[in-house]
Design a protein. Structure first.
Length: 276
């Protein structure tokens, strides 16, 4: 039995959906299903293979399968927002939204039609950009804290006059103090960076910090943010990041940015984003 896998919603492009990517199952053709002034970008899938329980089972048993499908999901959405359709608003769906048939999808679109239109209107002419900061040199960051922190300076002076046996407990205390001060200062710097980026954005959000297994980097991520920007503000945004990079590089930190991305962080709503 075939169902419809939903990738995204967008304003009617008045033309065919040009995509070089096959559907989530690697077989089905991706197409745009029109509904009033909207288009639902979908492909047919087997409900036996992509039902909620089956997907959850595969997620537990085969991580590579889920990664592959998630990448396909993202590629279809990227194709749907290509430059051919610049200026069109697009709402990306989370992975795994499936409808049993066209009628079920159209019923959901009808139910939340005005809410969908409101979201599309809100993001028109705007782009989501990702900003990530990494701690490249923790030692350099610690050294700058030690230079300024009077408590650490006093502890180091005490340590210099103690015997090796007596110094052990003070060394452990000093390590704990330094660790806490590093975390405190990192939080202060990240708050400063985020507030600086917010000034350039229509909306912004701090996202979950990703571990090394997801970033593929040795350096730990210390900030993960998404910013919704007016298209005419993109260059100012990039300039602001370069200036911030010059400011924090001496502290052992650096920032990367990327985009435009589908507006994942600024387009969700509870009542619609559910599997049917």
């Amino acid at each position: 039995m075939a169902g419809l896998y939903l990738y995204c919603l967008r304003e009617n492009a008045q033309g065919p959906l040009l995509t070089s990517t096959r559907g989530i199952d690697g077989k089905g053709e991706v197409f745009a299903l029109p509904f009033r002034e909207l288009e639902a970008v979908v492909s047919e899938v087997s409900l036996e293979e992509f039902g909620c329980e089956e997907v959850q089972k595969r997620a537990q048993e085969d991580v590579n399968w889920i990664k592959e499908k998630a990448l396909t999901h993202a590629r279809v959405i990227q194709e749907a927002m290509k430059k051919d359709h610049i200026g069109l608003s697009l709402i990306p769906m989370r992975f795994g939204i499936i409808f049993n048939d066209v009628e079920g999808l159209e019923k959901a679109l009808e139910k939340d039609y005005f809410k969908i239109r409101e979201i599309l209107e809100r993001i028109r002419g705007k782009q989501e950009w990702s900003v990530k900061a990494y701690l490249k040199d923790r030692k350099a960051f610690e050294e700058r804290i030690k230079e300024k922190n009077e408590v650490i300076k006093e502890k180091e002076k005490e340590l210099a006059f103690l015997s090796e046996g007596m110094s052990y407990f003070l060394e452990e205390e000093l390590k704990e103090i330094i660790s806490k001060e590093v975390d405190k200062e990192l939080n202060n710097v990240m708050a400063y960076l985020f507030e600086s980026l917010k000034k350039q954005a229509i909306d912004s959000v701090r996202c979950k910090i990703l571990g090394r297994e997801l970033t593929g980097r040795i350096e730990p991520m210390v900030l993960n943010a998404a910013c919704l920007l007016q298209e005419e503000k993109i260059e100012d945004f990039k300039k602001e990041i370069e200036e911030l990079n010059d400011e924090i590089r001496i502290k052992g930190l650096y920032i990367e940015y990327s985009g435009p991305w589908p507006a994942y962080n600024f387009t969700s709503w509870q009542s619609y984003d559910e599997q049917t």
